[in-house]
Design a protein around this ligand. Structure first.
Ligand code: 4AD
Ligand code: MG
Length: 431
């Protein structure tokens, strides 16, 4: 008998089939016993009735515990009251293992306990919904760039120098070559790729030794970074808004059930359509001051500032032209005002904070050399990067989208720790 998955049951009505899975929970009422089985693709209620179900199967009900592995056999019928819309009249039950004392019970557990048991917590329906939405987001990211002829460029994880400032580097010994650092961003390699292939995207894990214990920070997170030769800041903003619209509409279309399981209010997601509102850093500061925030011009926005700015709009907002002082060395200055960088951040609605950071890049050799000196970076480590300005330099731009913050926002979660199977934070390295 072919193995069937619960998500495919609509084609199996009236058929006798097998489902391979685990016991999610069970209950009994009168002469009827219910087993709710999960197989990773959904849950199925299996019904046993005294007299109708073979005795052996019926009698094993008492020995079955949560997360015991089993194979259930029976006829499928449609039942709108059942979770998932189908039910099985169980005729055979094969127990693979009785799970003894599964630690995560239906009662409430604290977050630390659940995080310590993350390897098991992934079996809950809530985690299934989040991980499937994460999967959909990653799929739509790849589709978006692949459909537009971007080439995937895999950047290295071990790097010889910092890209996003030296304060958040993880370092390790690297044979006879001294120190290596875990990458903070694949961008510099993406730039080499863009000048070779026109338009590329880097997609992989990135690392920041951030001391921040906020609901938005991980030490290991996934970032997708498109980079396009001949794009300026304006092109970059247009790419970002088209990209966000694509991702959100793909999740709304393909993962409606999971959003419902998470009780996500999709009102703010449905309005994610281009064009996105754009405000300059100066205008954003004005917004904060009008709201009574005592904000010091020239500093970066904190989490609360971002929330206040985003509350003025019904969709993500693009903030552009930040003070160059608070931005990375590689950003091009605004020709209209050299104190400003041609930078852009996209801030998500509902207090989810910055999900995209990007810029037009400095493409002039002498200016870039000067920036490297100003930032006290070792020029020797950047010679290859400077070559990109020596040999056929062109304007170019790109950005990075953090996958976990995007998942957190789209799912409506209150912390990024649930957006990735095994989160890494300053105070957590296990499981
Ligand atoms: O703004 P960031 O630092 O930009 C860069 O790394 C650029 N090199 C990207 C580029 O232009 N190619 O990071 C980009 C995004 C942020 O907007 C945020 O979504 C995410 O990465 N991010 C984090 N996500 C989780 N935990 C952290 N500690 C993060 N730091 C950044
Ligand atoms: Mg940033």
């Amino acid at each position: 008998m072919a193995r069937i998955y619960i998500e495919d049951l609509s084609h199996q009505v009236g058929e006798v089939i097998n489902i391979h899975g685990w016991l999610y929970h069970k209950r009994s009422g009168g002469k009827i016993r219910f087993l709710v089985v999960r197989d990773g693709t959904g849950i199925l209620q299996c019904v046993m009735a005294k007299g109708a179900t073979p005795d052996e199967a019926f009698n094993s009900f008492d020995s079955l515990t949560q997360e015991s592995s089993l194979i259930v056999t029976g006829k499928i019928r449609k039942d709108d009251r059942a979770p998932g819309g189908y039910e099985m009249e169980l005729t055979n039950l094969q127990i693979i293992q009785i799970a003894k004392d599964y630690p995560i019970t239906p009662k409430e557990h604290g977050v630390d306990f659940l995080m310590d048991h993350r390897h098991l917590w992934l079996r809950s329906l809530r985690q299934h919904a989040i991980l499937r939405i994460r999967h959909q987001i990653i799929k739509s990211i790849r589709e978006f760039f692949d459909d537009r002829s971007f080439v995937l460029l895999d950047a290295p994880i071990f790097t010889p120098a910092a890209c996003e400032g030296t304060s958040t580097l993880f370092e390790t010994d690297y044979f006879d070559l001294g120190k290596a650092y875990l990458t903070q961003s694949g961008q510099l390699y993406g730039e080499a790729g863009a000048l070779a292939l026109g338009k590329v995207y880097v997609f992989g894990p990135t690392f920041r030794a951030e001391k921040s214990k906020t609901r938005r920070h991980l030490t290991e997170f996934w970032m997708v970074e498109p980079e396009v030769a001949f794009n300026d800041l304006n092109d970059n903003m247009e790419l970002a808004e088209e990209f966000l619209e694509y991702i959100v509409s793909s999740v709304l279309k393909q993962r409606a059930e999971e959003l419902k399981a998470l009780e996500r209010n999709t009102k703010f997601l449905e309005s994610v359509k281009k064009p996105l509102p754009r405000v300059s850093y100066d205008e954003a500061v004005e917004i904060l001051r009008k709201k009574g925030v005592n904000f010091e011009y020239g500093t970066d926005f904190g989490g609360t500032d971002e929330t206040i700015i985003s509350e003025q709009f019904d969709r993500p907002v693009i903030v552009h032209r930040y003070p160059a002082k608070i931005k990375a060395f590689y950003m091009k200055r605004d020709p209209q005002n050299p104190d400003l960088a041609l930078a852009m951040d996209v801030i998500a609605p509902e207090g989810y904070g910055e999900i995209i950071g990007g810029s037009q890049r400095e493409d002039d050799l002498d200016t870039l050399l000067q920036r490297i000196r100003e930032h006290n970076l070792p020029q020797s480590a950047f010679e290859w990067y400077l070559d990109l300005r020596r040999y056929g330099t062109v304007p170019h731009a790109g950005f990075g989208l953090g996958v976990e913050r995007t998942v957190s926002w789209i799912c409506g979660l209150d912390h990024v720790r649930e957006t990735i199977p095994f989160p890494r934070m300053i105070y957590r390295l296990t499981p």
